[in-house]
Ligand binder design. Sequence first.
Ligand SMILES: [Zn+2]
Ligand SMILES: [Zn+2]
Length: 342
Amino acid sequence: MAQTHYRAYQAVGEGKLELVDRAVEDPRPGMVRVVVEACGVCHTDALTVEGGFPGLSYPRVPGHEAVGRIDAIGEGVSRWAIGQRVGVGFLTGRCGDCASCRRGDFVNCSNQAITGLHVDGGYAEMMTASEHALVSIPDTMTSADAAPLLCAGVTTFNALRKSVARAGDLVAVQGIGGLGHLAVQFARHMGFRTAAIARGEGKKDLALALGAHLYIDSAAKDPAEALLELGGASAIVATASSPATFGPLIRGLRPKGQLILVGAGFEPMSVNVSDMLFGERIVVGTNTGAPIDIEDALNFSLLQDVRATIEKVPFQQAPKAYAKMLANEARFRMVLEMQGAA
Ligand SMILES: [Zn+2]
Ligand SMILES: [Zn+2]
């Protein structure tokens, strides 16, 4: 007999997640229905659970690192088939008509919503998604391993491959957490001279084990100074969730080098303008990637054996996993597992 209901954790405001039963719905035209197998817990989920993001309304199911199998397809969907394993990331799929889309820039589609914020996401046994949001998952990668690569993975992978850094250049990763521990692996495997920056000596062994050539303790030494002594970085990927720490890094760039912002935080970032004028240094933001970028990130990860360090948690413990992430206690990505969850 076909399943009539599925369970989901929905955000209802004030930091609360509640478990609900929802009726299974058929996918609308252009959409597919996915039986979720795993969903990563990302720091950005806090925008949904804690509230305050423009366009957010409750109840809303968070989660934009979802992997599962298609079990129904809506009218007009031809590229995807029932039974196929797919991922759904941060962006809900291009419109195809706006100015950015017409220029082939799907990440900046002006009619694109955010999964788990404007539409329901993957903290659920089932979800629906646009055919344009879907990512094909390689057969040899588990759903739990793939999940964090859909947001944290593609974000750091794309930041590095879009940067001005070339093979052999010095690249620094600031912050060794959920994003940073992936950025270090990607940087090393893309052929950069990789420096990891974190506070204290506690992350040193881990950073070196992940592939960093060098470790800079930002509590012991100004990291910009340390990078300049090494000739200056072509790119610095700032992954910490403390924008106040970003500005002082700019001085550590070589001329025309880029500070790439991937970590988010609420406080503003301040910049010493002369650090940018002299050396014509650049500050740039990056937003995850299009589905094809995510497929590239997954395939590169398989090729070079890059993986997130994950802690798997049964679906029923989603609120606990979310709380652990929010308290910065995840080492390094929490992943909800739906299959077999009683
Ligand atoms: Zn995310
Ligand atoms: Zn568009």
